[in-house]
Design a protein around this ligand. Structure first.
Ligand code: SAM
Length: 251
């Protein structure tokens, strides 16, 4: 049976271009008012909580890609902000983390090379992962969920995760309260105005608010995780519900 591409695939290909790869890091940091790092740190905390502290990751024996250290797959790794943070954090701890980065956009991956020095880079789509069954101890993604067929990606995550492995999805959300919504709409209006002056990003900010508003990824992801057999499913919202992480563990 063929896999039909999600509409978000086209959107992502239009948004993330060779022209804006080099400015992505600064744009995401400024546009989220620095919250991006805070949210990504919550993803790392989740890995730390579930995998490292539970004793699932064994101490690093300094052999790259050894079966004794954990391997994390970072889906839609982009320019490698999250992968780089995981690499740095794991360097500070006893339990080490090897990394594999995957992204649709080749130029974004090329930028990631500088941050993700220990990582393997893969140019592919998250809906069809080019890895063997049970290859990874954990899977992370930041700002991918609104662009994908969640059901297909969750199925692939199940296939490539080892038993007791963890998957963490993070993305923007449209808040539910009216005060937060009004602020959110005002802020996106402002971003659109500012972005009009930045040729490589104007088209992204003209559309990003609609993409976020029309996505139901939190519900779809938690449902897909449950239906595919994941347990310990947790949903956490941050910063007035403007962002969330959804995580699940393969039993
Ligand atoms: C907003 S960027 C996020 C990058 C990075 N995760 C971060 O947090 O900085 C979204 C990334 O998702 C990638 N992407 C979108 N759809 C994808 C798919 N189906 N498979 C793999 N990557 C995808 C894009 O190429 C882009 O690099």
């Amino acid at each position: 049976m063929g896999l039909s591409l999600h509409e978000g695939y086209k959107k992502a290909s239009l948004f993330f271009t060779p022209d804006n790869a080099s400015s992505y890091d600064i744009v995401v940091n400024v546009a989220t008012l620095g919250r991006d790092r805070f949210w990504k740190k919550r993803i790392i905390d989740a890995l730390d909580e579930k995998l490292v502290r539970s004793g699932y990751c064994l101490p690093n024996i300094s052999v790259p890609y050894s079966s004794q250290t954990c391997t994390n797959l970072d889906l839609a790794s982009g320019t490698g902000i999250l992968s780089g943070m995981i690499e740095r954090e794991s360097g500070k701890q006893e339990a080490s983390m090897n990394l594999v980065c995957l992204d649709l956009a080749l130029h974004y991956l090329q930028t990631a090379k500088k941050k993700c020095t220990r990582g393997l880079l893969t140019n592919a789509t998250a809906e069809l992962l080019p890895y063997r069954e049970e290859s990874f101890d954990s899977i992370t993604s930041s700002y991918l969920s609104k662009y994908i067929n969640v059901e297909a990606v969750v199925k692939e995550c199940w296939r490539v995760l080892k038993s007791r492995g963890l998957v963490v999805f993070h993305d923007f959300t449209y808040p539910s309260g009216w005060i937060a919504r009004s602020l959110w709409n005002f802020y996106f209006g402002l971003l659109k105005l500012v972005a009009k002056g930045v040729i490589t990003w104007a088209h992204v900010f003209q559309d990003l608010d609609h993409v976020i508003k029309s996505s139901n990824w939190v519900h779809e992801t938690s449902q897909a995780l449950r239906e595919n057999g994941f347990s310990n499913i947790v949903i956490r919202f941050y910063t007035m519900q403007t962002s969330a992480i959804v995580l699940g563990q393969k039993p």
